[in-house]
Design a protein around this ligand. Structure first.
Ligand code: NDP
Length: 531
């Protein structure tokens, strides 16, 4: 199994040992074996060194570089990630157990994100505001912010890295990224590719736990922080920013996304898509549709088909060793996540009716059965809190109004999905759902060119698309006042005096130029005057 991989931190285009001397350990969630007990954890001095390097690159080799050259470097980096996608994915799979096919897709998406933002690097324009008859001209230019930092959750380190670093770089900023301590190895292995493409200090990677993240969020020289993780940690990030230098903050937080299945829906499609969303990355996806609201007339039929869809994955042996290429579903990420999900299974059994799954799967590794509860009490923790595992609740409704009310009955607002054959209903209900994204007849999966992010306590700020780039730019307005020359206020004597001075200056310039030319020509033809 284990191959060699980098465990130090990456600053100024070099791997260096953390000055903190702190290290942390990673075990395989698939079978408990030790992956490494020597992953370096960045402390205060390390973060300062990363900030210094990023600041130098921002003020020079990257920040002042021609945008076309920035684009070329990013295109190259994207290609290198794409080539090595599976090798990089393997490192994250080793650490956090997600199927290698899922993590490989993650690195391909990360590569595409660099390609997408590379294409925008030389297309950042400002605007000019046309003056009123008396007002000044105004030029609004869009500028980079400075040193930006990103902190990622562990479920797809690759995409979270690219969402934060690619737009920051395209805008001319430099970046420091902290992957989660549960899945740092793949992103960390990007070091040589970063070195091949970018000047030192442009991208720095600092492993570590929450303490390292807090150092970034509190740092006085970091101007922007983009965070992906739980709502609880998101609150802290905002606080650190407020207590330090009021750096800009964007928060991509948790979700408890609803899925509304109307009586006219294609039930097979709804069941297949619900199973896909529940199983992808073992349910550890922020946009997973974990609260299903279904019209009462089709609920039993839906649950039967959902069970069949889960069984089909089992029958094709797609749950198991995450390093096997045919595996679709691996274990949960670590013991803490496993314990958390199991505790929610117990809550569900108390507060609702268990209809599918409900226990760990096998005795080796941190696997759980895909699980469905019905008729869960509305104030139960399993109905309200994010489980972040392959667990869903199913609740019936009778009317559209009731479905909308149930869907909005949450502090979160990250994504949602609707299943119906009526486009009018789809658009009408979409307007009413409080969410940052919504899918019709599918579950929502973020795409490159569209903004992704939450409303309510799922956070603010957007990643992906032009909105993702705008988060890394700030505007500066330059006001130009026309200074009028008013001849009637100048006397004739003034003008004559100025004309005379102008004449004297021009004469002296012409004479010195003429004399100089004569001297040069004399020198070039052996002292003879030739013209
Ligand atoms: P956490 O909030 O626990 O951690 C997220 C990141 O923050 C990790 O890198 C973590 O470090 C770090 N961190 C922890 N404590 C602090 C602190 N005090 N200061 C600064 N940084 C800190 O979330 P999880 O990693 O458990 O991720 C799961 C959550 O992420 C879910 O809620 C999920 O919905 C959300 N998520 C949201 C997405 C979105 O786009 N909206 C996408 C993916 C996930 P470490 O892990 O090393 O301890």
């Amino acid at each position: 199994m284990a191959s060699t991989f980098e465990t130090r931190i990456f600053i100024n285009n070099e791997y260096v040992e953390a000055k903190s001397k702190d290290v942390f350990t990673i075990h395989s969630p698939a079978d408990g074996t030790l992956i490494s007990d020597q992953v370096h954890s960045a402390g205060e001095q390390d973060i300062d060194a990363a900030v210094d390097a990023a600041q130098k690159a921002f003020k020079g080799s990257w920040g002042r570089q021609d945008p076309i050259e920035r684009a070329k470097a990013m295109f190259k980096f994207a290609d290198l990630i794409r080539e090595k996608a599976q090798d990089l994915a393997r490192l994250d799979t080793l650490a956090m157990g997600s199927a290698i096919s899922t993590q490989t897709m993650g690195y391909r998406i990360a590569a595409d994100l660099f390609t997408y933002y590379a294409g925008l690097a030389d297309k950042i324009h400002g605007e000019a505001i046309y003056p009123t008859s008396t007002g000044p001209y105004k030029i609004v230019q869009r500028e980079p912010i400075g040193v930006c930092a990103g902190i990622g959750a562990w479920n797809v380190s690759s995409i979270l890295f690219a969402w934060k670093v690619a737009p920051a770089l395209a805008a001319g900023n430099t970046s420091i990224f902290k992957p989660s301590e549960k899945a740092p190895l793949g992103v960390l292995a990007l070091g040589p590719m970063i070195k091949e493409c970018f000047p030192p200090g442009t991208i720095n990677i600092v492993n570590g736990a929450g303490k390292t993240g807090a150092l970034l969020a509190s740092h006085m020289q970091i101007r922007q922080i983009a965070f992906t993780g739980s709502t609880a940690t998101g609150r802290k990030i905002q606080e650190y920013a407020a207590k330090s230098n009021l750096k800009r903050v964007s928060l991509e937080l948790g979700g408890k996304s609803p899925s509304i299945i109307f009586e006219d829906a294609d039930v097979d499609l709804a069941a297949a898509k619900t199973a896909e969303s529940t199983l992808m990355n073992t349910g550890q996806i922020c946009a997973m549709a974990s609260r299903v609201y279904i019209h009462e007339t089709i609920a039993d039929d839906f649950i039967l088909r959902l069970k069949k869809a889960f069984d089909a994955v089992d029958q094709r042996n797609a749950i198991g060793d995450p390093l096997a290429e045919t595996t679709e579903v691996g274990p949960l990420a670590d013991q803490a996540q496993f314990d958390r999900v199991l505790s929610f299974l117990e809550i569900g059994k108390t507060d609702g009716e268990l209809v599918i799954g409900g226990a760990r799967r096998g005795q080796t590794g941190l696997f759980v059965q895909p699980t469905v509860f019905k008729n869960v009490a509305r104030d139960s923790r399993i109905a309200k809190e994010e489980v972040f595992g392959p667990v869903i609740t199913v609740q019936v409704f009778q009317t559209e109004e009731e479905a909308i009310k149930l869907a909005n009955d949450t502090v979160y607002g990250l994504s949602a999905c609707l299943y119906t054959k009526s486009i009018a209903r789809a658009l009408r209900v979409s307007r009413e759902i409080e969410t940052g994204s919504i899918a019709i007849n599918d579950w929502y999966f973020p795409s490159l060119g569209a903004p992704f992010g939450g409303v309510k306590q799922s956070g603010y700020g957007r990643e992906g698309g032009m909105e993702g780039l705008n988060d890394y730019l700030q505007t500066k307005t330059i006001q130009i006042k026309e200074v009028a020359v008013l001849p009637n206020k100048r006397s004739r004597a003034d003008c004559q005096r100025n004309q005379h001075q102008y004449y004297l200056v021009m004469k002296s310039i012409l004479r010195s130029t003429f004399d100089g030319n004569v001297r040069k020509r004399r020198a070039s033809v052996g002292g003879q005057l030739v013209s």
